[in-house]
Design a protein around this ligand. Structure first.
Ligand SMILES: Cc1cc2nc3c(=O)[nH]c(=O)nc-3n(C[C@H](O)[C@H](O)[C@H](O)COP(=O)(O)OP(=O)(O)OC[C@H]3O[C@@H](n4cnc5c(N)ncnc54)[C@H](O)[C@@H]3O)c2cc1C
Ligand code: SF4
Length: 504
C-alpha cells in the first residue's frame, strides 16, 4: 500500500502511486457539537424469506437515507477512514458529496481510485469503519453502504482513459482482485497489459462469494470500465511449467505480475475425507455460483471458522430445503476469524454454532454418515497470537450427518513455478515476492495478492508502482504518478491531513 502522505496539517503532496485524490474540501471541516451515534439502518430481507433463495440479503439506501447517514460524518481533518483503507479510498470525500446530494460526484470519486467499486461496495470488510471516529461514541458511519449508494444512485457507468501509450507490455497471471487492480494501475499509465486467467470466469475468489452477497455481474460491471484501456483478458489459460513467467519474458513481455492467489482447497487430513458426501467448500460455492444443480443432504456439518465457512453454512442452509446445518469450529467464538457481520447473518438465520470441537474421523461405508469430534481446550497463544487448540483425550462424540463441508482454508497452486522466483508464503497462504515492491528472485517478475479483496488490491498497487518504476528505468525516464483515470489534466493528490495508511 502506498504509504507516503504528508503529516497532519501539511498541504497535500503527490505520492509515487499517483495521484491527486479528489480535492479535499477547502477550509476547515465543519465539526458538529455532537457525534450522532445511531446509524441509519439499511433494509435486510427478513430471515424467513431469504433462507430459501440466493437473492440479495442487504439492499441499498434510498437517497434520503444515504444523505442522512452521510451527515453523520464529521469530515475529520485527519481522515482515519482513508488511512485505514489499503487502497486509500477517499471515503471522506464521497461521503461529503453524498451529504450534498451529489451522487454522481460521489460515484466518480469512488471509481477514480477503485476499479472494483461495484464489487467492493457489497463485500469489502470495511477496515475504514473500524477506524472511524464515530465508533468511539456509537456505530461508525456506514462507509461501505454509502459507497453502494454512490454506485447505485449515482452514475458509475464511467470509462477509464489511458494516458500516453507506452510501448512496453506487461503480463499479469490471475484475474482476481490483485490482477485486475494491477491491470488498471498499469493500463491508465498507458502500458499494454495481458491478463491470463486459468478459469473460464474473471474475479478470482470473488467468484465463490454467494449471490446473496454479490454476483458475477458486479465483477463484469467493474471490468467493463477498463474497456478503453489496452488491457486484454485471456481466460482458460494456465501459466506454469508449460508456459512459465520466464517464457512470458522471453516472448516479449517486459514485466510479469503473478497474482495467483489461493485457488486450492486445504484438506482436514483425517480418515474418511474422501467419502462421497464430503465436499470441499470452494468446489461447493463455485458450483452453486455457476448455476449447477447441487443436491444436498438434510443433516449438514460444516467444519471451519473463517469467511469461507460462513458462506458455506449460509449456502448449505439455502440448499438443504429446511434441513439442519451446524458449524463446528475448533477454537472459541472470540478466536473465530470470520467477519462479525457474516457471523451475525448466519446466526440470525438459525444456524447452529458449536465451538471448541475438532474433527478426528469421518464415518461411513459408501457415503458420509457422521463425524467424530474431539473437545478442545485453549492453550497459550501461538505465534499468530491466537490461543492454540489442545485436544482433550477421551472426549470424542459422534455427530450423525449426511453431508460434510470442509472449509478450513485454501493454499496457492505453485506447480510449475520454479524455485528461482524465491517466493514467500504469507500466514494466510498468499504467495508474494520478498523484495521491495514485491519483486521476486527473477528480475522483472513481481508477485502479490492477499487475504481480502481490498487488501489484495493494495498489494497490487504497490507492485504496479514498482513495475512502473522498473519499466521507466528501462526507458530512461522517471516513473509516472497515477494519472487522472478519466483523461483529465489533473493528477491524483492526497486528501489534506492524510498521513500513512495503516497496514491491517
Ligand atoms: C468464499 C469466499 C468468500 C470471501 N468473501 C470475502 C469478502 O466478503 N470480502 C473480502 O474482502 N474478501 C473475501 N474473500 C477473500 C477474497 O476473495 C480474496 O482475498 C481475494 O480474492 C484475493 O485476491 P487475489 O487476486 O490475491 O487472489 P485470487 O482471488 O485467489 O485470484 C487469483 C486468480 O489467479 C488465477 N490463477 C491461479 N493460478 C493461475 C495460473 N497458474 N495461471 C493462470 N491463472 C491462475 C486463479 O484462478 C484466480 O482467478 C472471500 C474468499 C472466499 C473464498
Ligand atoms: S473517520 Fe468517520 S467521521 Fe471521520 S471522515 Fe472518515 S467516515 Fe467521516
Amino acid at each position: 500500500m502506498t504509504a507516503n502522505g504528508p503529516v497532519p496539517g501539511a498541504s497535500p503532496a503527490p505520492s509515487p502511486g499517483g495521484p491527486p485524490k479528489a480535492a479535499a474540501p477547502a477550509g476547515p471541516p465543519k465539526v458538529p457539537p455532537k457525534l450522532n451515534p445511531v446509524r441509519v439502518e439499511i433494509h435486510e430481507t427478513p430471515v424467513d424469506e431469504r433462507i430459501t433463495t440466493f437473492d440479495e440479503v442487504l439492499h441499498a439506501y434510498s437517497k434520503e437515507d444515504a444523505v442522512l447517514e452521510a451527515k453523520r460524518c464529521i469530515q475529520c481533518r485527519r481522515p482515519w477512514c482513508v488511512e485505514a483503507c489499503p487502497i486509500s479510498q477517499d471515503a471522506r470525500e464521497y461521503i461529503r458529496l453524498i451529504a450534498d446530494n451529489d451522487f454522481d460526484g460521489a460515484a466518480r470519486v469512488t471509481v477514480s481510485e477503485n476499479p472494483l467499486a461495484t464489487s467492493l461496495c457489497k463485500v469489502c470488510y470495511h477496515y475504514c469503519e473500524d477506524a472511524c471516529v464515530v465508533k468511539k461514541k456509537g456505530v461508525p458511519v456506514a462507509i461501505r453502504h454509502l459507497k453502494r449508494a454512490a454506485m447505485e444512485l449515482g452514475n458509475g457507468d464511467l470509462t477509464y482513459v489511458a494516458s500516453k501509450p507506452k510501448s512496453q507490455r506487461v503480463a499479469i497471471v490471475g484475474a482476481g482482485p490483485a490482477g485486475i487492480m494491477a491491470a488498471w494501475e498499469l493500463g491508465i499509465r498507458g502500458y499494454g497489459v495481458t491478463v491470463f486467467e486459468q478459469e473460464p470466469l474473471y474475479g478470482g475468489l470473488m467468484q465463490t462469494i454467494p449471490a446473496y452477497r454479490m454476483t458475477d455481474a458486479d465483477v463484469e460491471e467493474d471490468r467493463a470500465r477498463l474497456r478503453n484501456l489496452d488491457v486484454t483478458f485471456v481466460k482458460n489459460r494456465k501459466i506454469g511449467s508449460e508456459f512459465s513467467p520466464e517464457a512470458l519474458l522471453a516472448e516479449g513481455y517486459q514485466a510479469v505480475f503473478l497474482s495467483v492467489g489461493t485457488s486450492v482447497h486445504r484438506s482436514l487430513g483425517v480418515e474418511g475425507e474422501n467419502l462421497p458426501g464430503v465436499v470441499p467448500a470452494l468446489e461447493l460455492l463455485k458450483r452453486v455460483n455457476q448455476g449447477e444443480t447441487v443436491t444436498f443432504g438434510r443433516q449438514i456439518v460444516v467444519i471451519g471458522g473463517g469467511d469461507v465457512a460462513m458462506d458455506s453454512i449460509r449456502s448449505a442452509l439455502r440448499l438443504s430445503r429446511g434441513g439442519h446445518v451446524s458449524l463446528y469450529y475448533r477454537r472459541s467464538r472470540e478466536e473465530m476469524p470470520a467477519d462479525p457481520e457474516e457471523v451475525h447473518g448466519a446466526m440470525a438465520e438459525g444456524i447452529e454454532f458449536v465451538f471448541q470441537k475438532a474433527p478426528v474421523k469421518i464415518l461411513g461405508k459408501n457415503h458420509a454418515e457422521g463425524v467424530v469430534f474431539q473437545s478442545i481446550e485453549l492453550g497459550p497463544p501461538d505465534a499468530g497470537g491466537r490461543r492454540s487448540p489442545v485436544p482433550v483425550p477421551g472426549s470424542e462424540v459422534t455427530v450423525p450427518c449426511d453431508t460434510v463441508v470442509v472449509a478450513v482454508g485454501q493454499k496457492a497452486d505453485l506447480a510449475g513455478f520454479g524455485d528461482s522466483l524465491d517466493l514467500k508464503i504469507t500466514n494466510q497462504g498468499w504467495p508474494e515476492g520478498k523484495g521491495p515492491g514485491f519483486t521476486t528472485g527473477i528480475p522483472g517478475v513481481f508477485a502479490a495478492g492477499g487475504r481480502s479483496v481490498v487488501y489484495a488490491m493494495g498489494t497490487a498497487t504497490d507492485a504496479a508502482v514498482a513495475i512502473d518504476t522498473y519499466l521507466a528505468e528501462k526507458r530512461g525516464e522517471a516513473p509516472s504518478p497515477r494519472p487522472d483515470p478519466f483523461g483529465g489534466a489533473s493528477t491524483w493528490h492526497l486528501p489534506a491531513g492524510y498521513t500513512t495508511p495503516i497496514r491491517i
